[in-house]
Design a protein around this ligand. Structure first.
Ligand SMILES: C[S@@+](CC[C@H](N)C(=O)[O-])C[C@H]1O[C@@H](n2cnc3c(N)ncnc32)[C@H](O)[C@@H]1O
Length: 211
């Protein structure tokens, strides 16, 4: 580890303070045993949503709505976030956060269900951004669906791609780590994507679909 890096990483994660609404959504996540995106990831999602002028975003893994809030607040003000979670209780908590943030209900299309049952129902080439933050065992299938539903120029954004420092360490050869390594390579080597691996949070892999 290069000296000073942990301090820089903490500085980046704490760079933008979160408001009470985000902090309350984090408290609900702790109560429900759900792990929200870290602030640096939230900020990165917000900047992508704004840069893309996103009108339609898909999120796989609503949790209690932390990442959703970052996106809803920065995408087109009339845009719609379609967010999927298998846990009704998590969706209920997220809706509380959206309501506290004054997000109109029409802007957050929440779908309770398993991602791989819901994703095939979404239209081809219709979304500006797809965020993957649910069951890591299913990421390869989420990615295939994400590439189908993304419009040219859109972004797929994948969380936890460093898997608590396990991915970068070649000594870790367990199944989950290998699977995320494979996924990272798939994105890196896909000629249809312009990739970037960001060290925010637990790793954020971004791929922009070429026009
Ligand atoms: C890491 S949390 C998401 C955190 C959220 N993005 C945030 O920042 O607040 C992962 C979520 O994925 C959901 N999940 C797990 N497996 C799923 C599946 N197969 N389909 C849909 N949601 C799933 C969990 O219920 C959990 O709420």
């Amino acid at each position: 580890m290069v000296s000073g890096k942990p301090g820089s990483w903490a500085y980046c994660e704490e760079f933008l303070p979160e408001d009470d609404i985000l902090l309350r959504a984090r408290e609900r996540a702790a109560e429900l045993g759900c792990v929200p995106v870290q602030p640096g990831v939230g900020a990165a999602l917000a900047t992508y949503a704004a840069a893309l002028n996103a009108k339609a975003v898909v999120e796989i893994g609503t949790g209690t709505g932390v990442s959703s809030l970052y996106v809803l607040r920065s995408m087109d003000p009339a845009g719609v976030l379609t967010t999927i979670d298998v846990e009704q209780e998590h969706i209920r908590a997220a809706k509380e956060a959206f309501s506290e943030a004054g997000i109109r209900p029409q802007r957050a299309r929440t779908i309770t269900g398993r991602a791989l049952d819901v994703l095939p129902r979404l239209a081809d080439s219709s979304y500006d951004m797809v965020i993957l933050d649910a069951d890591k065992n299913e990421y390869h299938d989420y990615l295939a669906q994400a590439l189908r539903v993304l419009r040219p120029g859109g972004a797929v954004v994948i969380g936890n791609t460093l898997l608590h420092d396990r991915v970068a360490d070649p000594a870790n050869r367990d199944e989950k780590t290998q699977s995320i390594r494979e996924l990272n390579k798939t994105v890196r080597d896909n000629p249809e994507l312009i990739p970037a691996m960001l060290p925010s949070g637990d790793g954020l892999l971004v791929g922009i679909k070429r026009r």
